[in-house]
Design a protein around this ligand. Structure first.
Ligand code: ADP
Length: 629
């Protein structure tokens, strides 16, 4: 007897002991596996004559033996080798089951089970003895996997002539408040197939027994005989080929959750069919939340690609641009050739055409969501907005026009999200869109410059993600309005007179500033007075394109580790603050103290702006010196 791997054991325990009400989903899971296995062999048969099974002979069979409490699911798909039985059924390999485990550990919510595929193990919700006999295509031996549950399983050679798999379940006895007999009832099984597996493209057949009246000798006493016929239980039309009107939200959502392993309903569903240049059906889903691996390099984007109903690729990356990589779904094309190779597919003009129209559809759907269901869009944007912003920044801005109207930022007006269009519509004649960067909204509001800009009545976009400013820089402008970081030294809110007065003040203090700059050293380019601070004594602004936030982000990237980027900083001093007078006096009487004050003020500006001090010890010593004076 072999032991299950530890995660599998946990899941198995949960399945066996589940008080879950949707035990019925085990059938859907086993049928899906059977259908996948047939797909694999069918696909092979297109290019390999040795497969032998004809297209019309592929089928899934269900057999009920009420007396012995046996339910059997048989397929003539690809089958499994001895190793595959061990690997596939002894561990949880697939992300779906794995996801489930993770989520479940967090929430202890067993109700999750019914919402999506938990795979083969769900058989143990209804069965106390499971046998899988399988013969892989190309193998001359068959093997049998057996398990009674958590203790483990065994694999041994067995006799099976045809390629494929038979899963035999011994259905549990009824318990006090659990009825398992229903899974031995032909009507119930047939209803379950209709409910969950109707779209499976291979026939699911079952022998159906009905009673038919027979003519009796006297023509009065009714007599019946059992008539058995083999019925196909499913309609075999894939969900995406059905008309929209035939499908409910629930149909779409269930299909999504089961097929794409999500616990949540999708934010949006796009289902359409095109004819003409490219003939295809598409069923696209925009998720609400990113999958757990979305922001890792393990994540693979792509849509399932079907060709005339046959799955030819599970994740066709070429169908989705990176900035829409969160979209899940499938495309079923009439035009592609079935045995097209991956390499050829990349250069296929038809595929490119499809990708182009998909992109338009996705964009259109996002715009619709943005205008019709703002709350939902915000939820979506919190999950995937970063991806859109990277989309603007990447490829030297080649896609910025597609994406710019999908961006939203919180702003100083009411901390609600605003689009660039909304911002520019309410900004009036001004030609500048103001933004500020910081870790959080709160930190941005503490920036010295924020007050001054707000006081002028100007709205500020709050940029709290590293990529934000890079995306805006790549945009360059929006509807002719340029972007400006409020921490840029060019921020200019003064009237002409105010400017003149400030200029002459700066001119008069020129030598003092030179002395101060020398004291602080290379960390800054200049010192000067400013009018743009209200309460604060000092701030740091940047000259020439690279802001402090950008400096931080760029230098945190490994590639520039030994080639640090430097923002060109100016130490600006509030001309109306008492400190200005103090400095002027020190310049006259005590330049040594002035030099120390310059360093102190630089330190203050760093702290307020949220950057680290290069030399915190020196700063602290200077503060103490001042305190003990
Ligand atoms: P999932 O279907 O999500 O991958 P399962 O636990 O249901 O997870 O199945 C694990 C694996 O076992 C499948 O991925 C497949 O490779 C294999 N498998 C299960 N059932 C069959 C079958 N009827 N025929 C061939 N292979 C199967």
């Amino acid at each position: 007897m072999k032991q299950f791997k530890s995660e599998s054991k946990k899941l198995m325990d949960m399945m066996i002991n589940s008080i879950y009400t949707h035990k019925e989903i085990f059938l859907r899971e086993l049928i899906s596996n059977a259908s996948d296995a047939i797909d694999k062999l069918y696909f092979k048969s297109l290019t390999d004559n040795s497969v032998g099974t004809k297209a019309e002979d592929f089928e899934i069979r269900i057999d009920i033996d009420k007396e012995n409490r046996i339910l059997k699911i048989t397929d003539n798909g690809c089958g499994m080798t001895e190793e595959e039985l061990d690997k596939n059924l002894g561990t949880i390999a697939k992300s779906g089951s794995f996801n489930f485990k993770q989520e479940n550990e967090k929430t202890e919510n067993v109700d999750i089970i019914g919402q999506f595929g938990v795979g083969f193990y769900s058989a143990f919700m209804v069965s106390d003895n499971v046998t899988v006999e399988s013969r892989a295509f190309g193998s001359d031996k068959a093997f049998c996997w057996k398990s009674k549950g958590a203790e483990g399983y065994s694999v041994s050679e067995c006799d099976k002539q045809s390629v494929g798999t038979v899963v035999t379940l011994h259905i549990k006895d009824n318990a006090e408040d659990e009825n398992y007999d229903e899974f031995l009832d032909q009507y119930r099984i047939s209803a379950l197939v209709k409910k969950y597996s109707d779209y499976i493209r291979h026939p699911i057949k079952m022998e159906f027994t009905t009673k038919e009246p027979v003519d009796t000798a006297d023509g009065k006493t009714p007599e019946y005989k059992d008539v058995t016929e083999l019925r196909t239980l499913n309609s075999m039309v894939p969900l995406w080929k059905k008309a929209k009107t035939e499908l409910s939200d629930e149909d779409y959502n269930n299909f999504y959750k089961e097929k794409f392993y999500d616990f949540n309903d999708p934010a949006r569903v796009v289902h359409y069919k095109t004819e003409g240049q490219a003939t295809y059906n598409a069923l696209l889903y925009i998720p609400k939340k990113p999958p757990f691996d979305y922001y890792t390099k393990e994540f693979e984007k792509g849509l399932q690609l079907y060709c005339k109903g046959v799955l030819i690729m599970d994740k066709c990356a070429d169908l989705l641009p990176d900035y829409f990589s969160f979209v899940k779904g499938l495309v079923d094309s009439e035009d592609l050739s079935l045995n097209i190779s991956r390499e050829m597919l990349q250069h296929d003009g038809q595929l490119k055409l499809i990708a182009k129209t998909l992109e338009k559809k996705i964009k259109g759907e996002l715009e619709k969501m943005l205008s019709a269901d703002r709350d939902l869009y915000e939820e979506f944007f919190k999950a995937f907005g970063i991806q859109l912003k990277f989309g603007i920044y990447n490829d030297y801005g080649a896609h910025k026009d597609i994406l710019k109207d999908l961006l939203i930022f919180r702003s100083s007006l009411d901390k609600k999200y605003v689009t660039l269009k909304e911002y520019t519509e309410r900004m009036g004649e001004r030609d500048t869109i103001y933004y500020a960067c910081g870790e959080t909204d709160e930190k941005i509001e503490m920036l010295p410059q924020t007050d001054a800009v707000k006081e002028k009545g100007y709205e500020i976009l709050y940029l709290t993600e590293n990529v934000d400013e890079f995306a805006l820089m790549m945009l360059g402008e929006y509807n002719g309005k340029k972007f400006m970081n409020i921490c840029d030294d060019k921020l200019d809110l003064d009237t002409e007179d105010e400017k003149k007065a400030l200029e002459s003040e700066n001119e008069a203090a020129k030598d003092m500033f030179t002395l101060m700059k020398e004291s602080v050293g290379d960390k800054i380019n200049a010192v000067r007075f400013t009018n743009k601070l209200k309460k604060h004594p000092v701030c740091l602004t940047s000259e020439g394109g690279i802001s402090l936030e950008m400096e931080k982000t760029l230098n945190s990237m490994p590639t520039v580790a030994d080639n640090k980027v430097k923002a060109q900083l100016v130490l600006e001093i509030n001309a109306a603050h008492p400190i200005a007078e103090k400095l002027k006096n020190l310049y006259k009487d005590d330049t040594e103290t002035l030099k120390k004050y310059a360093k102190l003020l630089y330190g203050e500006a760093c702290l307020i702006g949220g950057t680290n001090l290069d030399d915190p010890v020196e700063h602290s010593n200077l503060v103490c010196e001042l305190m003990t004076k």
